[in-house]
Design a protein around this ligand. Sequence first.
Ligand code: IVH
Length: 693
Amino acid sequence: MKEIPQKAAKEAKELRVSIERHNRLYYQLDSPEVTDAEYDRLMRRLEELERQYPGLVRPDSPTQRVGAEPIEEFGTVTHTVAMLSLDNALNTEELLEFDAQIKRFLKLNLETDIEYAVEPKMDGLAVELIYEDGKFTKGSTRGDGFTGEDITANLKTIRSIPLSLREHKLKAPQLIEVRGEVFLPLNRFEKLNQEREETGEEPFANPRNAAAGSLRQKDPAVTRKRPLNIFCYGIGATKGASLSGNTHTEILEYLKELGLKTNSEAIKVKSIKNAIDACIRLEESRDSFDYEIDGAVIKVNDLNLQEQLGQKARSPRWAIAFKFKPKKEPTVIEAITLSVGRTGAITPVAELKPVEIGGVRVKRATLHNFDEIKRLDIREHDTVVVQRAGDVIPKVMRVELEKRPEGTEEFKIPTTCPECHSDVRRDKAILYCTANLTCPAQVKGSITHFVSKRAMNIDGLGEKQIAQLLESGIIKNVADLYALNEERLADLDRWGDISAANALEAIEKSKNPELTRLIYALGIRGVGETGARLIAEEFKGLKPLTDLRHGLEGSEEEKHAEILHKQLCDIHGIGIEIANSVIDFFSEAHNRQVIKGLVDAGVKHKQQKEAEGRLANRTFLFTGTLRDLSRDRARDLVEREGGRTLSSMSKNVDVLVAGEKAGSKRREAEKLGIEIMDEEEFKALLNLKTESE
Ligand code: IVH
């Protein structure tokens, strides 16, 4: 291996320290000091150095968070100290009994106060992280408490898990087994589910399932895309730990000092009475956290007392979980109604006998789709169990069949749209109204989406106002919003001068959006924010899309659609279904008409920002076998430098990188006069040095 100059080694070390510091600032302390671009630049520089001098690569380098290949099966890990579970207390009496038992066991006077630590019980997945000489070497699931699965590669993708411990004030111990809970923050959970629905994937039932599913992915690249997070709450075996204190809360301090993420809600209290108060406060504020908590954990704070107390079969005597009121309750479905969304998707909704679930009154719950109704055999008048998770829409989980009254009927799947009575079309489990442009529910939904914050961000126009504008015939589509004026609004009920002026101002202000926002706002089925950005980057405007069929006839039309379709499919990240949906959208004359209306009204997107980087605006295609780089890695490199990659030959390709045994694509490129590079030239372009140099 090539000798590493001292200068490079020093730079790499500084980069690693700096990157991990920014990770900590961003993921643990929520106070980033650098922009994403600056962070990426540091990361790229480190990658470059490591590529140049492979001897610099170390398992704890931040570049290794994404390095692993998919695996066939998880290995097993035996926990040196069993990962116990907790006994539950369902009410305050049981907490008092827990305290009394401890005092009896320790032969203490029942009047003595015991110091406790109280912390949220996170509803995620328990994991163990092993650090040897400060390096994260192995991570596993809890499994049955004795043996878990080796999920090291997946855990490494979680950026709040340091790959090496911080040795700021203390030296890292020889060995420390850290226990914690991996979870998916609630806002991320909702976003993930939204994206899954947009791409036709089954959404996760709750954040816990999403976290568990993500951690048990065979391909760490998938886990990396899930914004998982962790709170560390304890330790197993240690060797050489310079733990100064003798309490649980000091362990938490110690973990924090080592750069591990702990829950700042953890507190210490003087007595069981104060512990109970703390539990109640946590329960009252449970909805204010950005993660799901299903209880509070009370732990005897003194480690010596913990040791004296020891454990029962599967749980310690020194800790207990105070379970919060369940977020699941039974109630009766009074009716099943149907709601039609902006894409025409018809969703069944359960109208419930109002019930309080975890402190919130619930009257409606989603039934998700018709397959789900069939699978659970949900009927009107059934008693069902409804679950609420965070701010997520309540969901019907199951039917209590034994409570089904006589004479109920199986739910009938509608054959026409409940809003406009047009035909319906079924796509997988979802039923759609086919009258996209005339169905009032869809028109209202699509306008509501258009004005929403992440789309055109038109404040002052809520669903109610939109419904009113539609009903009064003042608007028929989104383009009509731009023709609104004070006079027209003045005739409407409930619109004061101020609200009218505010709405008009917000409409005016929205006329110059980013292209991504505009494409997203159009509400093309399957095109979420990411898809919109990719399309914006590729086409730089709407014209190439709205020009579809323009002036072309018969087979010419189809040819044009085919070319566009191919161009869409070639975008890394856009699949065939989204491409179909985009083509369908722009083939529809009415949609093109509305876009023309927007343009005529003065809506003009900002110039699409040019990608920055050495390969900005250059499109690469790889063919043949590359010797040193995997295809994915090569594509990644191009994209990081602001370039684009395609997977098939077209006139949009600027450079063909031809590896060994390149065949027809090479000939095609020659014919089209496209620049051809071999692997060495490609690497040189990126300043990647070869081993032989
Ligand atoms: S302490 C011996 N603390 O709850 C102590 N557990 O039933 C064992 N959990 O598997 C765990 N938040 O996944 C502890 N602050 C917390 C926790 C917590 C969540 C989970 C953990 C464990 C389960 C215990």
